[in-house]
Design a protein around this ligand. Sequence first.
Ligand SMILES: Cc1ncc(COP(=O)(O)O)c(C=O)c1O
Length: 387
Amino acid sequence: MPIDRSAAEALDANDALARWRDEFLIPDPDLIYLDGNSLGRTPKRTVAALEDAVQRQWAGDLISSWWENDWLDLPLAVGNLLAPLIGMQPGEVAVHDSTTVGIFQLINVALDLSPDRVTAPVIAFEPSEFPTDRYAAEGVARLRGGSVRRGLDDLTGVDVIIRSMVDYRTAEIADAAAETERARSAGAVTVWDLSHAVGVLDLDLPALGVELAVGCTYKFLNGGPGAPAFTAIASHLHAGVEQPIWGWFGQTDQFAMDNPFTAREGIGRMLHGTPGVLGLVGARAGISLSAEAGIGAIAAKARALTGFGLELADQLGLATNTPRVAERRGGHVSILHPDATRLQQTLADRKVIVDKRDPDVLRLGMSPLTTRFTDVFDALALLADLR
Ligand SMILES: Cc1ncc(COP(=O)(O)O)c(C=O)c1O
């Protein structure tokens, strides 16, 4: 039976997560926003948290806030909040810096975990990997007198792989367990980029054999523009972690001032300089929503939203490269059209915001805490009319 709008309305009426939309600021109720896979919407509690951090803590408590308001501990405290969303334990995740910096650090960490230090490392990635991952890998290879390999079919001689868990163009989920193991048996360590996976997939990294991961908090975790990223490292590796950016936040006794650098215990050794407190406050507010709503329910709704979108795309004759199997796709549906640039703009003129990746991909991000089935229906129906 063909899908009509009433089917979307029925799904919204039965949506157990529907009430979470009220936790977000939505100043224009007529705007359909399908770009939460790039920048999540604004949680109401973020406004209150930032107001408190600025007015009471910064303006009122001033420098004492580093201790009194626990600013010093924020990178690890927010990491502890995020950890269960990816199956990690408290003390295994730190929230800090950008994803790009985290990738740079973790590739170096992976290289230095090797018992016989690698002198001319080979770092591999898919040619289609997200640009910043490729650039960071090239940068590490250049600094360490190594080289990069574009393509993951042949892992002979490869030391480290940087790889996205969810492909940013197709939403395809990599088989992380099999691929981490394939790399391991070839003598390579894999660093996983969870940017398009965290907050939308119910991940259990230890069960997948994943020990090193990085990702952002501004997409499905609704952390806010430029919110800090996270690095996650399995605790049994911590003692051997040597990351390349040494600074006083990664030092054992931060305020001793004139001692030589000795990396602190645990995941805190990934830190280096003064953290961006306001960004961390936003990240904490956003992550707390996903933690409270429950990542299992969030992941289930993502599969339902994308499944509904794919079924409708088929009905409307729209081409897609997003996997049909629910367990193999993340939180967006990609529609392929040679005129993607024009369509994105025309949709925006009609108050439908989607994302575009050149040359021909329109990404419809489905953010389970805010996206409704009727949003998906209305956006795809309009897209089909405009094509
Ligand atoms: C897979 C992936 N990695 C990294 C990034 C961005 O890195 P950064 O947070 O350093 O800008 C993105 C941004 O969309 C991404 O999709």
